[in-house]
Write a protein that binds this ligand. Structure first.
Ligand SMILES: NC(=O)c1ccc[n+]([C@@H]2O[C@H](COP(=O)([O-])OP(=O)(O)OC[C@H]3O[C@@H](n4cnc5c(N)ncnc54)[C@H](O)[C@@H]3O)[C@@H](O)[C@H]2O)c1
Length: 342
């Protein structure tokens, strides 16, 4: 089907929804016709910034509007599955914020429904559109790091706190989607601990260890109870090591020409270690500046216009992330037991 301009409805106008409204209002291929939120104050604030957008307290008005081709779901996580299902059933293309749903079987159902209805279903795994993360993917693919030994991510801040999901479900979808993308697969097992510091219902932090194929171990630390805002990933290969820091103004990537020579007889003294460790320069590559949310929006529109299923951040990738989140949650509830993921 050919579209001159793709009309979008945005569902959820809290903290994040207005960013989608801004992007789809400014992209040349789309217009935002309507947005929905049961909270009147959110709608007022959208009306003040975007004069031509119709607002509604009932998301069904968007689903029933025949002029709207696609919806963007930026409502709380525990509403994603029901809203995405209803949208697809009403014949809309869907860009759903992360995570796609809260159970693997819900993701399967949404994926099948989108295929049956021939609609694009994409998940807002925004970091797959981040120039620094794309650079990391190319760096790993080129073999520059050598064989990857392990990786770890830190995603912390003081707040914002959520009431529908814990810090794992809120924050870790980003890191899991990044590691799945970088390591071309999903974890085979996980083990994790979390803690409920501020209340009795939700974990405010989690430390999860994910084992990927090819002996790659990845650790994810997420927390909304931390003194510092950190967005970092470190990847250690047997040739080079790299650190991504999304908040570094000089450049998000630092490539360290460092490694340790492996010998048949490994070191026994510090002196021997010094001879084996190789320390070179640190390189800060130019990765270019682009807004990931804009790139994600452009990709969603191009999939609709071309009538193709998204390869980046499709429902299968959303399912992999949800399956991993469920396994981590189970492990947390069993004091860190190893949970296999089939
Ligand atoms: N990709 C990212 O970097 C990123 C960043 C922030 C949030 N998010 C995701 O975006 C979603 C929203 O997060 P937020 O921070 O904006 O939360 P929020 O609580 O600030 O806003 C959610 C809004 O949805 C509204 N809402 C609830 N039920 C609704 C319904 N049935 N129809 C329409 N609106 C409804 C609420 O009234 C609220 O205004 C979450 O899934 C979150 O994971 C993604």
């Amino acid at each position: 089907m050919e579209f001159n301009r793709i009309n979008i409805g945005v569902i959820g106008c809290g903290h994040w929804g207005p960013n989608h409204i801004r992007i789809f209002s400014h992209l040349p291929g789309s217009s935002v016709l309507m947005c929905a939120d049961p909270d009147q104050s959110r709608l007022e604030s959208v009306k003040n910034s975007f004069l031509n957008i119709q607002t509604t307290a009932d998301h069904k008005a968007i689903f029933n509007n025949p002029d709207i081709h696609a919806v963007c779901i930026a409502a709380p996580t525990n509403t994603h599955y029901a809203l995405a299902k209803e949208a697809l059933e009403c014949g809309k293309h869907v860009l759903c914020e992360k995570p796609l749903a809260m159970k693997p079987e819900e993701c399967h159902e949404l994926k099948d429904l989108a295929e049956r209805k021939k609609k694009v279903l994409m998940v807002g795994h925004i970091f797959l559109f981040n120039a620094g993360i794309v650079w990391l993917k190319e760096c790993i693919g080129s073999g520059e790091l050598g064989k990857i030994h392990y990786a770890y991510s830190t995603r912390t801040n003081l707040g914002p706190f959520r009431y529908d999901v814990n810090a794992l479900w809120d924050l870790a979808p980003h890191d899991i989607s990044i590691f799945n993308y970088l390591f071309d697969g999903s974890p085979v097992n996980v083990s994790a601990r979390g803690q409920k510091c501020l209340g009795e219902s939700h974990e405010d932090l989690a430390f999860a260890t994910l084992e990927y194929p090819h002996d790659i171990l990845a650790n994810v630390h997420v927390s909304w109870l931390d003194p510092r805002k950190v967005r970092q990933i470190t990847i250690v290969g047997d040739k080079k090591m790299v650190v991504w820091d999304d908040l570094d103004n000089i450049g998000p990537i630092k490539l360290y020409d460092k490694h340790v020579e492996k010998t048949k007889k490994f070191y026994e003294t510090y002196g021997e270690f010094q001879l084996l460790s190789k320390e070179g320069s640190v390189m800060i590559p130019k990765v270019g500046a682009s807004e990931p949310l804009k790139k994600q929006g452009e990709y969603f529109l191009s999939c609709i216009a071309k009538g193709i299923a998204p390869e980046v951040s499709d429902a299968s990738k959303g399912l992999d992330v949800v399956r991993t989140l469920c396994a981590i949650q189970t492990s947390m509830e069993h004091q860190g037991s190893l949970i296999k993921i089939s």
